[in-house]
Design a protein around this ligand. Structure first.
Ligand code: PEP
Ligand code: MG
Length: 867
């Protein structure tokens, strides 16, 4: 809401980050803590919003308020703004509530002109410094306020250094810089048709407007989009008395961290550049020295800096990233903010700050970005590497992998036994599973976040970039064209499933980094959370992995994946090809012992914890080859007969179970026999949950439950639950009727998103959804982050109606959203009992569930910036 004023001095009580931006509130807080900060004031984000709302017009009264504050600044500093003899100079710095490093603009040295620069030279006795400051103003003002291409200025600076035969800016003398200001003024005139404005107040007003405008520059928009920062926050503007790091050898500028931002270790981390202004460090024009070197050069300022770092960390109770300047031996802090850090550093810092008594366990848990944990579970691309991206797709399954490209699953399986390979496909099908297992990573041209490739890769913890539409494959020639380069079988690429990037050639990787800090923080998270966390796993190996990561059961075992093994597929195909029930049963009898042994393995790996087994779900044609590869005319006919225009809406899920009850019957028998065998072997009865997919009508579940119960009774006695997936809108709406026949519900939000939104989960992301996201029709990919107001509302209805008839109905989620932090928070709020996600996301879900509980119980204020 608009307040009655737009400007606050650093030394007066005001608002927090939202009003003053991160930089402004930091400067005010530091001033009030007694940390040395130059004098100044902040124009609020309210003013920016008012400016934008009025069509880029400064709100009434703002200019007067700025003039008043300048007058106070003049009093404090004893200098006058616009004075020719000993001018007050200021910087104008952007600063939004959410940190957007380097995205918006800053202008330094405002207040100089042809006369004032001479005055500055005289009053400081340093002509070189005065002209160095002036040429910087001309360039920054030209670039930021008038949009002149930076290159025009930089080229002339480079030319000058070349003609003088020197390397560094600092090697230029006062005359050189004086000459350069003349050249820069001419560039300004050529580009704008006007003289550079000599009036300090005009400079200031135009600079403030330019910083407001920079909120909407394209790079800031892209950054906001990438980081889901709302577009209407606006930026504050800080007007700060200039302090000068470019006054000679006893001056300088630098940045430092209170702990190592890549490891979290305590120590001195930072860089320092003598005789320079801040932008020299940022622009990388000169190579800074390690901060340690400052100790000898400027011992007093150094000691004060070290002390201030500790003060700030104690005050903010978080690791800080600090910018400072030393002017002739005197230290000034220009900025402090919570430091960006790697996941490993975030964990180490959280654990050590808790040990140091700086923060509580709750805060430590609340500080870690759950999404960042992925970084630690997989090999990663060295974050310091500078690389050319050849293509980009969806970040479908995190981690990086490199290997030779192969174009089909058989070759992947063959070559993958001896060397690392990346399976590159238009898209994958369950048929490719052996190739996916053998490959180091998977790259697909089509498909989204819930495509086969993405789901399976996440389950295996294998890197996957999906839907890289810029890649094209010539399967016959066995080549792929990636970013203009054509590669043949065996040529090396690297994929980064965490960012969706693809690189040509091999890129250096760093290994996974699970360590004690990780275990400590997750252990604390487990103490706080209410939601249980299970995993989606289909094999004993994945089950064991899931358990290692802390899973408290299996929430979804997809049985179809078990039908694709080399010895099984022909039997499955025989079952599908059979002319009658008798023929089908014969094939199913052969499959039964195989299924049984799968279940035994999984039950044993999850002893003491529940295992939800879902009966067959996909359309049968997925088990048959493409028509052209069919063995004979009979198979071709069968393939044609099974073909459906929309197989995802076709003969699949419980519809199969009703039409071919012998299939589900076989699966249930296998489950019961496995449970009994494991009980006998281990003395512990598995906690069996049998789940029916794609139920939309209570009658479907009623019949299937009957079939399930009868089959179980025929086989023997086991404890079990029988429940259903809730993955169709109708099932949500009629959840009360369905609940009559269910012991539990498990939300299949992949299909529920597909059917509620009418977005194909196979195609949408490669097609219109990309456009929707790029053009802000949608803020997030609904297959990745649950669409809370649509799909979430359906879930809410289902929870209420389901529990209205059965208070004890157990509820969980097993769609991909069960492993996404925001969606986990939503599931907590809905009151689900558990979330289930791929094994590698279990740690993330444990942490997100704890954060949801902490937020609800009032520890919310601790959910801090951090990583
Ligand atoms: C779902 O639809 O959310 C689900 C978990 O099942 P699947 O992805 O196997 O269709
Ligand atoms: Mg489903």
């Amino acid at each position: 809401m608009a307040r009655d004023r737009f400007v606050y001095d650093f030394d007066e009580p005001s608002g927090g980050k939202e009003l003053l931006g991160g930089k402004g509130s930091g400067l005010a807080e530091m001033t009030q803590l007694g940390v040395p900060v130059p004098a100044g004031f902040t124009i609020t984000t309210d003013a920016c919003r008012a400016y934008m709302a009025a069509g880029h017009r400064l709100p009434d009264g703002l200019e007067e308020e700025i003039q008043e504050r300048i007058a106070r600044l003049e009093q404090k500093t004893g200098k006058r703004f616009g004075d020719d003899a000993d001018p007050l100079l200021v910087s104008v710095r952007s600063g939004a509530a959410v940190s957007m490093p380097g995205m918006m603009d800053t202008i330094l040295n405002l207040g100089l002109n042809d006369a004032a620069v001479e005055g500055l030279a005289r009053s400081t006795g340093n002509e070189r410094f005065a002209f160095d400051s002036y040429r910087r103003l001309l360039q920054m003002f030209g670039e930021v306020v008038d949009g002149i291409d930076a290159h025009r200025f930089e080229q002339r600076l480079a030319d000058l250094k070349q003609s003088k035969g020197v390397q560094n800016d600092t090697d230029l003398d006062a005359d050189d810089l004086r000459g350069l200001t003349g050249i820069f003024k001419r560039i300004y005139h050529e580009e704008t048709g006007n003289e550079f404005p000599p009036n300090a107040r005009e400079q200031l007003t135009r600079a403030v407007r330019a910083v407001f405008d920079s909120w909407d520059n394209p790079r800031a928009q892209v950054y906001r989009h990438a980081h889901a920062i709302p577009d209407d926050l606006g930026t504050a503007v800080n007007i700060v008395q200039m302090v000068f790091g470019n006054k000679g050898d006893r001056s300088g500028t630098g940045v430092c961290f209170t702990r190592d931002p890549s490891t979290g270790e305590q120590g001195l981390y930072g860089e320092f550049l003598a005789n320079a202004q801040g932008e020299d460090v940022v622009a990388g024009i000169r190579t800074p020295e390690p901060l340690e070197n400052m100790r000898e050069r400027l011992p007093e300022a150094f000691d004060q800096l070290v002390e201030t770092m500790a003060t700030l960390e104690r005050h903010y109770r978080d690791m800080q990233d600090i910018e400072f300047t030393v002017e002739e031996g005197e230290l000034f802090l220009l900025q402090t903010r919570s430091a960006k850090r790697t996941a490993a550093a975030a964990l180490k810092a959280a654990v050590s700050m808790q040990e140091e008594g700086l923060i509580t366990r709750e805060e430590a848990v609340a500080r870690i970005d759950p999404g960042s944990l992925d970084q630690l579970l997989h090999p990663m691309i060295d974050p310091k590497a500078k690389l050319d991206v050849a293509a980009k797709g969806l970040n479908a399954s995190p981690g990086a992998a490199c290997g030779g490209v192969v174009f089909d699953a058989d070759t992947a399986a063959e070559r993958g036994a001896d060397e690392p390979v990346i399976l590159v496909r238009w898209e994958t099908t369950p048929d490719d599973i052996h190739g996916m297992i053998a490959a180091q990573g998977i790259l697909t041209v089509h498909g989204g976040m819930t495509s086969h490739a993405a789901v399976v890769a996440r389950g295996m913890g294998k890197p996957c970039v999906a839907g890289a539409e810029g890649v094209s494959i010539d399967a016959a020639a066995k080549t792929a064209t990636i970013g203009g380069t054509t590669l043949g079988e065996g040529d090396t690429i690297t994929i980064d499933g965490g960012s969706g990037r693809v690189y040509i050639g091999a890129v250096e990787l760093v290994p996974p980094q699970i360590n004690e800090d990780f275990e400590t923080v997750l252990g604390w998270a487990d103490d706080f959370r209410r939601l249980r966390v299970r995993a989606n796993a289909d094999t004993p190996e994945d089950t064991a992995k899931a358990r290692e990561f802390g899973a408290e059961g299996i929430g979804l075992c997809r049985t179809e994946h078990m039908f694709f093994g080399e010895e099984r597929l022909p039997v499955v195909q025989r079952m599908i090809m059979a002319d009658d029930e008798h023929g089908r049963r014969e094939a199913l009898d052969e499959l039964l012992p195989m299924q049984q042994s799968d279940f035994e393995g999984i039950f044993e790996a999850m002893t003491g914890l529940p295992v939800t087994i879902r009966l067959l779900d996909p359309p049968l044609h997925e088990f048959l080859p493409a028509e052209e590869d069919a063995e004979d005319a009979k198979m071709r006919r069968r393939i044609r007969a099974l073909r459906e225009a929309n197989p995802m809406l076709g003969t699949r899920g419980c519809r199969l179970g009703l039409m071919f009850p012998e299939i589900y019957e076989m699966q249930v028998r296998a489950i019961v026999r496995a449970a009994i065998a494991v009980s006998e072997r281990t003395g512990e009865a598995p906690l069996v949950e049998i789940m029916h997919p794609l139920v939309g009508f209570a009658e479907e579940l009623r019949r299937l439950r009957e079939l399930t119960v009868e089959t179980i009774e025929e086989e023997g006695e086991i404890e079990y639950l029988c429940g259903t997936m809730i993955e169709l809108p109708r099932a949500c709406i009629r959840a009360d009727e369905i609940a009559e026949h269910a012991d539990f519900f498990s939300f299949g939000t992949n299909d529920l998103t597909q059917t509620a939104l009418g977005f194909s989960r196979d195609d949408a992301e490669g097609k219109f959804l990309t456009f929707y996201l790029e053009h802000d029709v949608l803020e997030r990919n609904p297959f990745e982050t649950l669409d809370q107001s649509g799909v979430g509302e359906l879930m809410r209805i289902a929870v209420e109606r389901g529990r209205s008839v059965k208070q004890s109905l157990k509820m969980g989620i097993c769609g991909e959203h069960g492993g996404e932090a925001k969606s986990v928070g939503f599931c907590h709020e809905l009151g689900l009992d558990y979330v289930s996600c791929s094994p590698y996301r279990v740690p993330l879900a444990r942490l997100a569930a704890a954060q949801a509980e902490l937020a609800e119980s009032g520890a919310a204020q601790y959910v801090a910036a951090g990583g």
